[in-house]
Ligand binder design. Structure first.
Ligand SMILES: Cc1cc2nc3c(=O)[nH]c(=O)nc-3n(C[C@H](O)[C@H](O)[C@H](O)COP(=O)(O)OP(=O)(O)OC[C@H]3O[C@@H](n4cnc5c(N)ncnc54)[C@H](O)[C@@H]3O)c2cc1C
Ligand SMILES: *[C@@H]1O[C@H](CO)[C@@H](O)[C@H](O)[C@H]1NC(C)=O
Ligand SMILES: *[C@@H]1O[C@H](CO)[C@@H](O)[C@H](O)[C@H]1NC(C)=O
Ligand SMILES: *[C@@H]1O[C@H](CO)[C@@H](O)[C@H](O)[C@H]1NC(C)=O
Ligand SMILES: *[C@@H]1O[C@H](CO)[C@@H](O)[C@H](O)[C@H]1NC(C)=O
Ligand SMILES: *[C@@H]1O[C@H](CO)[C@@H](O)[C@H](O)[C@H]1NC(C)=O
Length: 510
């Protein structure tokens, strides 16, 4: 892929040779450079934040989702720049290159390892935060929408629903995700079995490349356009906006959540779910949220598996599908609620019922905590004995969470090499493992991280191996990273590249 894949290499190499203008601070030099290179002047007080001003910390924290990546020992940026116009983004790229300073890009701040606002190494860096570039232009006649990178997926869903009750977009379940970073890794949600990923439904994009040029699909070429749809955030330039292909949704959809504890036969039902979840009617998406809850017996804990579903149709057809394909769950009419698609977005995201959809325009996340997560893909059902060992481990941890996400349907029909996201036909479901806590203490963090690593080792016998695969949007630095943040060879990078991208890593890397 020559040019496009090494897009950021010239910038990185330059880092080593360029030296800062000795007399000025990084902040002052950057500011002067931005002023010279922006076509439009920007107001200092609302777009340029240095650590010596009080707003700096609140801007840094604003969309940062993992509190683990904000603790004092983690390196902080030299400054945060919030562009108000595309030309400001171009200037930021030109200036970071000129001044030899690393640049981090943030859209929605949900990176699992905080890579959009922190650094693993003590190298000065600036954060370009796109939160002020969030316009959304929906064209119902054309079934499409141009969306700027800083918009959240919730805002996108809301703006679509404002114009049509029968259009939607198949991306993430969590409504505070930034569309900019989200689609760079794939972007799955409750319509993936029907329509595939967000990245499968992108028509065009505008990016700023390493030389500060703005390119669209036509000017970047199909190779780079392939790479940015799932090849991972921050690798191929800065996404300014995506053009999304809207999909049809019925005026009435149905949702349900049915919990089953161990005492209610959770193990057997989950064993059955593994055999049917990827083969169900494509309009039906049933994920399983697994946590530890208090048991009926006082003071005891149990494992709870919650079947959380969206059906693209009415309750009558849903009950028929369920009694034919998954009667073991015992779904009843009273468990189901019919609603509009946009209401189902709020339901699946976990908003209290009757929250008005306009809440999505706030672009805020519902919660934040300290967390560590990992992922796996599964191609053979996990036997009941395997599940029992899993329950034992979950019960040892304070706040463990797993989410099992069904595949099949459209996910199986799209070839592995269509976009960089490779987890397609043959995948039954994806597992996300997560543990969260509420304390900045580093020994507490270490204890939980150790627990999840041991759980991951235990699961090795039950999941897809050679390579053991992972979802790049659930970034996991345990799988490896650039050692000095700079010059990593293709062979070294294959260590984790093959896990996230399988054979597509070859095309991404050359
Ligand atoms: C609570 C929670 C729920 C989630 N739910 C889902 C889900 O339902 N489905 C799913 O698929 N994923 C989900 N994810 C994962 C999510 O897709 C990724 O974390 C995604 O990268 C978030 O994008 P962002 O813009 O919010 O994050 P950011 O932290 O801003 O960015 C993530 C990465 O992309 C880079 N990046 C950001 N903006 C740009 C840009 N404009 N151009 C180029 N690179 C950029 C960043 O530098 C960083 O490396 C969830 C994550 C969290 C924390
Ligand atoms: C903060 O630091 C910048 C960069 O060094 C400097 O230009 C600015 O005057 C300082 N502002 C305040 C309020 O101290
Ligand atoms: C950026 O500024 C130019 C010139 O003023 C304007 O035409 C354009 O619409 C602006 N773009 C954004 C994204 O604000
Ligand atoms: C938009 O989608 C609808 C429903 O799928 C379809 O009937 C229509 O032809 C599409 N319009 C365009 C311009 O593609
Ligand atoms: C998926 O794989 C199965 C078995 O490996 C095969 O029978 C089937 O045809 C494949 N489906 C598609 C759509 O490629
Ligand atoms: C990066 O690695 C390549 C290949 O190992 C080497 O040729 C090059 O000089 C290195 N560049 C820097 C800046 O270290």
């Amino acid at each position: 892929m020559g040019d496009s894949c090494s897009a950021f290499l010239p910038l990185l190499l330059l880092l080593l040779s360029a030296s800062l203008v000795a007399s000025d601070s990084i902040q002052d030099s950057f500011y002067k450079c931005l002023s010279v290179n922006s076509q439009i002047s920007f107001p200092l007080s609302t777009s340029f934040f240095t650590p010596n001003i009080s707003a700096f910390t609140s801007i840094l924290q604003s969309s940062a989702q993992n509190l683990r990546c904000l603790v004092p020992s983690v390196p902080k940026p030299e400054l945060i720049f919030t562009p108000l116009n595309e030309s400001h983004v171009q200037a930021a790229v030109i200036c970071s290159k000129q001044l030899g300073i690393q640049l981090r890009v943030r859209s929605g701040g949900h990176d699992y390892e905080g890579l959009s606002y922190m650094s693993q190494v003590e190298t000065p860096f600036v954060v370009v935060d796109l939160s002020k570039l969030r316009s959304i232009d929906v064209d119902i006649e054309d079934n499409s929408s141009w969306v700027q990178a800083g918009a959240t997926v919730g805002e996108v869903y809301y703006r679509i629903s404002e114009k049509s009750k029968t259009h939607g977009f198949p991306a993430g379940l969590c409504t505070s995700l930034g569309i900019g970073g989200h689609i760079t890794g794939g972007a799955y949600g409750s319509m993936m079995r029907r329509y595939g990923l967000g990245a499968d439904n992108v028509l065009d994009a505008r990016i700023v490349d390493a030389n500060g040029r703005i390119l669209d699909r036509e000017s970047m070429g199909e190779d780079l356009f392939w790479a940015i749809r799932g090849g991972g955030g921050a690798s191929f330039g800065i996404i300014l906006s995506w053009k999304l292909k809207l999909v049809p949704v019925p005026a009435t959809v149905t949702v349900f959540t049915v919990p089953k504890t161990l005492e209610q036969g959770a193990t057997k039902i989950l064993y059955k779910w593994q055999q049917v979840a990827d083969k169900l009617d494509e309009d039906l998406f049933i994920r399983v949220i697994i946590n530890v809850a208090s048991a009926a017996a006082k003071g005891e804990r149990t494992v709870q598996t919650s079947y959380n579903a969206l059906f693209l149709g009415g309750v009558d057809r849903l009950l028929k599908v369920m009694s034919e394909s998954f009667p073991e769950l015992g779904l009843q009419r009273k468990d189901c609620t019919e609603m509009s698609w946009i209401e189902s977005v709020l339901y699946i995201a976990g908003y209290p019922s009757s929250t008005p959809p306009a809440v999505l325009l706030q672009g805020k996340s519902l919660f934040k905590n300290f967390f560590k997560a990992k992922s796996d893909f599964v191609r053979e059902p996990i036997p009941e004995t395997g599940l029992e060992g899993l329950w034992k481990r979950l019960l040892e941890e304070e706040s463990p969470l797993m989410i099992w996400n069904p595949y099949g349907g459209m996910m199986s029909k799209i070839p592995e090499s269509e976009i960089p996201f490779p987890h397609r036909n043959g995948t039954l479901f994806k597992i996300q493992y997560l543990t969260s806590w509420q304390d900045a203490d580093k020994d507490i963090a270490a204890k939980h991280i150790d627990w999840i690593r041991r759980l991951y080792n235990y699961m090795a016998s039950y999941v897809s191996l050679f390579p053991r695969t992972a979802y790049v949007n659930y970034r996991d630095l345990d799988l490896g990273m650039n050692k000095d943040g700079r010059n990593t060879s293709f062979i070294q990078a294959s260590g984790w590249g093959n896990k996230y991208f399988k054979n597509n890593f070859n095309r991404l890397g050359f």
